[in-house]
Design a protein around this ligand. Structure first.
Ligand SMILES: Cc1ncc(COP(=O)(O)O)c(C=O)c1O
Length: 480
């Protein structure tokens, strides 16, 4: 039976024209509409991003009970063919046609087409985002806010959020923070760019960064007119022995180095703290996933030991979602005015409704609850990943059980590339340590896979693990 979303009474506001060959086959009409839709997606007739008609609209057009269409949508959403967002509708999910030939060891193939599974680092499980709590927070806080809250605001952010952040980081990360030291940013990247500009104005010309580290962060520093100097990261973290007299600040990920996953050891912490004091320098402490430690209490922030020399930077990108673009800085006194000037000059601050909602979540404990929930999920995944890898190789994951990613060290960039390519052929996006995204000094050998085990939504975690096993099982590799 052919059917179109437009009816004799005109097109519905949310409807699209959709032809489906639906007939009562084995399994009944429900199975038939489900199969017809699946076929339309697999064949590419409904490309990724196509918005589907509402269930009521499609049921009317096909002369079916609405429940039948609801069930078909739910089944296809569970299989990953469709994506549904409450109140926003249903779309065809991103899928990939299979390559002409499968790579050796690839196991992610199911039928004619594969879903792309993303195991790149840097993303949380976005399906865990507490959408209802966030929406309630926006509603509640906007209803209580005065009109002036929506005026051009202080570049440091709304006082209510600065207070909530100061309380949160003091409680959870052991900081010495008062609300006056807090500046709300559009995520860590924005914060780093603004601190770099401020340091440049104060005469700093070189910032030392971790090697390996994120290329993106080096670019932000260069964009502010500064140079970078690499500090080799070993099993105890970045080595301060590489600091030169030209360096005015150091960017570190002390709680969980990205990408190696190591914790800055006590001796090196002390060395950096001595350096900032002796040199009147600064440390920028990137605490991007400091809430996510699985084997023990996270180490406290470096900032607590030198609040007048350490910039503490946090972000909601791991605990909530990177798309929110909200983070914070806790600034030493000498940097406060220069950073606010840099923010004013750059002309962008975080919108008031988002700031209000985050303050609401922090104050009500919803943020803590979300972190706990996500932590449990990622802890389990990290353990499952380590256990699965142990069946395939005796190379242990680098670093401590923490965060949202883990590094599997490999002997060469050729091995790394072969595995990343085999992953792609198997519908698995992997990130190589020395592929795009990370910076390293050319003299440094070694390579690796940076596995972002938090990225897949819960329903596809098992498939992701199986696909990764398949790729590694078919590959030859060794550690650096
Ligand atoms: C090392 C590191 N720092 C910070 C961040 C967070 O950046 P942003 O807050 O700009 O999303 C990430 C995200 O992947 C990261 O890997």
């Amino acid at each position: 039976m052919g059917s179109h979303g437009a009816t004799g009474t005109g097109r519905r506001s949310l409807g699209i024209d959709l032809h489906l060959d639906v007939g009562a086959g084995a399994g009944g009409v429900g199975r038939s509409i489900e199969s017809a839709l699946r076929e339309a997606v697999i064949s590419g007739r409904l490309p990724a991003g196509t918005r589907l008609p509402g269930t009521r609209s499609l049921a009317d057009d096909l002369g079916l009970a609405r429940g039948t269409v609801v069930e078909a949508y739910a089944q296809l959403t569970a299989e990953g063919w469709l994506v549904t967002a409450t109140g926003a509708g249903t779309w065809v999910a991103e899928t990939q046609r299979p390559p002409a030939r499968s790579a050796p060891g690839a196991t992610a193939t199911t039928g004619a087409v594969r879903r792309i599974i993303d195991l790149r680092p840097g993303r949380p499980d976005l399906s865990l985002f507490p959408g209802a709590a966030w929406a309630a927070g926006v509603k509640r806080s906007l209803a209580a806010a005065t009109h002036s809250t929506l005026d051009y605001g202080d570049p440091a952010g709304l006082p209510v959020l600065r207070e909530a952040v100061a309380t949160y980081v003091s409680r959870t990360r052991g900081l010495q923070a008062e609300p006056g030291a807090v500046v709300i940013t559009s995520g860590f990247s924005h914060g780093l760019a603004m601190v770099s500009r401020a340091l440049h104005r104060m005469g700093v010309r070189t910032i030392a960064t971790e090697d390996p580290g994120l290329i993106h962060h080096r670019r932000l520093i260069h964009g502010a007119g500064l140079e970078t100097l690499p500090l080799t990261v070993g099993p105890q973290g970045a080595d301060p022995a590489g600091l030169t007299p030209a360096v005015g600040a150091v960017l570190l990920t002390p709680a969980h180095q990205h990408p190696r996953g190591v914790v800055l050891g006590p001796a090196l912490r002390t060395a950096f703290l001595d350096w900032v004091t002796d040199r009147d320098g600064f440390v920028i402490e990137d605490d991007y996933d400091g809430e996510f430690r699985y084997d023990k209490q996270p180490v406290g922030a470096l900032q607590a030991s030198a609040p007048d020399r350490v910039v503490f930077a946090g972000s909601t990108s791991k605990a909530l979602a990177p798309g929110l673009r909200v983070g914070w800085l806790v600034l030493p006194e000498p940097l406060r005015i220069p950073v606010l000037d840099a923010i004013t000059d750059a002309g962008a601050t975080v919108g008031a409704p988002d700031q209000l909602a985050l303050a609401d979540l922090l104050d009500r404990g919803d943020y803590d609850r979300q972190v706990r929930r996500a932590r449990q999920s990622y802890q389990k995944r990290r353990a499952e990943l380590a256990a699965r890898l142990a069946t395939l190789t005796d190379i242990p994951l680098d670093g401590v059980p923490a965060g949202l990613h883990a590094l599997l060290p490999l002997a060469s960039q050729q091995e790394e590339k072969r595995i990343v390519d085999a992953g792609l052929s198997a519908g698995l996006r992997l990130m190589g340590l020395y592929g795009a995204g990370y910076w390293h000094s050319p003299a440094r050998g070694g390579a690796g896979l940076v596995i972002g085990y938090a990225s897949p939504p819960s329903h596809s975690w098992r498939t992701a693990l199986d696909a990764l096993s398949g790729v590694l099982d078919g590959a030859e590799f060794s550690r650096w």
